[in-house]
Design a protein around this ligand. Structure first.
Ligand SMILES: Nc1ncnc2c1ncn2[C@@H]1O[C@H](COP(=O)(O)OP(=O)(O)O)[C@@H](O)[C@H]1O
Ligand SMILES: O=P(O)(O)OC[C@H](O)CO
Length: 495
């Protein structure tokens, strides 16, 4: 029996960890997936147990590699993609985390960000890191751990503690503590990395009070990140050679290789990335400037719009209100109504991201009448995701970069009603590709490219094809009316 080369992609996300094995033509062979606990110790706090992130990764790898479909494959490369910004600090000697992972959604540093905003002109930050002052990014989360765990700051200054985003934590664990590294895309989400010079920025480290000694080395997205210990990965020594933040990996998996191409991933949150080519564009509209990928030392940049709550609003209807049994039911309910009956949901459960940046805002449902029921709420949750995307598109348009079509992926894009409504409010074509596991595919591509299994961007581009196209069909006056009513609903939570 022939043995075929394969690439193993790990996608460590906010609610679950996946491992997917891809063959030499980037086709999925098999996958495994494990959910883990979310911890909400206080209002606005969100944590993960670092051991859960590690255990679910190991378990997913084992299930894939021990499954029957992997029997005739040799894994020549591993790629790691991850929820971004989520912050871990651990002991260099023992490998033990000093605190739980503080998740990207966590708002505990909102008052510290407010204090910083009074002291430092936001432009000073944005012109270096491309980001703004917000609890979303890693910098204030690191400082919180150093200030709140006894002795942590002094130990970090002595080089005894290490910081990492989830990629760095998993690389460290998989290599038995031999490699402490990250890639340029993950570094670009910390607020400590200078995206123009391609290095940790001493001024930012001083502003956010983070000791340099604890930071990982930053490498290309397709690079040598060490090899796994065979005892951890089913007796195989696998080179880790592709790393990228999950939204950047999705942009690669969606083949947004040309300037102007844009993708949106609708999962827990929604993240829109617009490829801006080799020049970073500093936004005047409070969009984020971020590294899309770094290959052979060459950086491609993107403008990003981050929406903190998308599918999570649907989960809220299911788990907290109990008015639907499954996420898919929202489609049936939304279709049942001929209009939204004036009901709008602003899902600011964890504040609002681009373009408002209001960590203090909280969610609201407006326009309820006595006749409103679960259909109106389900429809309002789906519509909200589309209106927020429209606000991002308006911000991109104001930068002179209005997208002409949108490539979509993520769990929510199973919802055809939502995608048609999205095309309608954006007045833009929405394209859903055949392969929806774009995040894992993107990082598999990076790792496979480094291992010599896959070719260049052009070869990969040929694999992308669209299987569902949603064409705008809404009357412009109705679009304007809906967007106006949405804007008034947002005002109610941001005043
Ligand atoms: N048919 C559907 N309609 C609306 N929302 C959906 C549908 N199917 C899944 N979702 C939502 O998509 C999200 C899951 O997407 P996924 O990409 O797996 O998320 P993540 O990677 O952030 O964990 C959940 O929040 C779920 O509520
Ligand atoms: O884990 P996801 O897919 O919800 O993505 C999280 C983002 O990377 C946060 O910036």
């Amino acid at each position: 029996m022939d043995i075929h080369s394969a690439v193993l992609a790990i996608d460590q996300g906010t609610t679950s960890t996946r491992a997917i094995l891809f063959d030499h033509q980037a086709r999925e062979i098999t996958s495994a997936h494990q959910e883990f606990n979310q911890y909400y110790p206080r209002d606005g706090w969100v944590e993960h147990d670092p051991e859960d992130l590690w255990r679910t990764t190991l378990r997913s790898i084992e299930r894939v590699l021990q499954g029957p479909s992997a029997r005739h494959t040799r894994v020549v490369a591993m790629g790691i993609t991850n929820q971004r910004e989520t912050t871990l600090v651990w002991d260099r000697e023992t490998g033990k985390p000093v605190y739980n992972a503080i998740v990207w959604q966590d708002r505990r540093t909102a008052s510290e960000c407010e204090r910083l905003r009074q002291q430092v002109p936001e432009h000073e930050i944005q012109s270096r890191s491309g980001l703004l002052i917000d609890p979303y990014f890693s910098a204030t989360k690191i400082a919180w751990i150093l200030d709140n765990i006894e002795g942590a700051r002094a130990r970090a200054e002595r080089g005894e503690l290490l910081f990492g985003t989830v990629d760095t934590w998993l690389i460290w664990k998989l290599t038995g503590g031999a490699v402490h590294a990250t890639d340029a895309t993950n570094a670009s989400r910390t607020n400590l990395y200078n995206i123009h010079r391609g290095e940790w920025d001493d001024d930012l480290l001083q502003i956010f009070r983070v000791p340099k000694a604890m930071l990982p080395e930053v490498r290309d997205c397709a690079a040598d990140f060490g090899t796994t210990l065979p005892s951890l990965t089913c007796r195989q020594e696998i080179p880790i050679c592709g790393v990228a933040g999950d939204q950047q990996a999705a942009a690669i998996g969606q083949c947004c290789f040309a300037k102007g191409e844009v993708k949106a991933t609708y999962g827990t949150g929604c993240f829109v990335l617009l490829n801006t080519g080799s020049e970073p564009i500093l936004s005047t509209q409070r969009l984020l400037t971020t590294i899309a990928w770094q290959l052979d030392g060459q950086v491609a940049y993107a403008l990003e719009g981050s929406i903190f709550i998308a599918g999570a609003a649907v989960q809220w209807l299911r788990d907290e209100l109990g008015i639907i049994r499954s996420a898919a039911e929202t489609e049936v309910l939304a279709r049942r109504l001929s209009s939204n009956k004036g009901v709008y949901m602003v899902p600011a459960f964890t504040g609002l991201g681009v373009p408002w940046w209001r960590p203090d805002a909280r969610a609201a449902i407006v326009g309820l009448t006595r006749g409103a029921g679960k259909a109106e709420l389900a429809r309002a949750a789906l519509e909200a995701v589309c209106y927020q995307t429209s606000d991002l598109f308006a911000a991109m348009e104001a930068e002179g970069l209005r997208p002409t079509s949108l490539r979509v992926d993520g769990g929510m894009v199973a919802n055809n009603w939502m995608l048609q409504f999205l095309a309608d409010v954006l007045d833009t074509e929405v394209l859903r590709p055949a392969i929806l596991e774009t995040t894992a595919l993107g990082v598999a591509y990076l790792a496979g490219r480094k291992a010599g299994l896959y070719g260049d961007f052009e070869q990969f581009d040929a694999l992308w094809h669209c299987t569902a196209e949603f064409v705008p069909a809404m009357d412009n006056s109705l679009r304007q009316q809906l967007l106006g009513e949405w804007a008034r609903a947002v005002q109610r939570v941001t005043l």
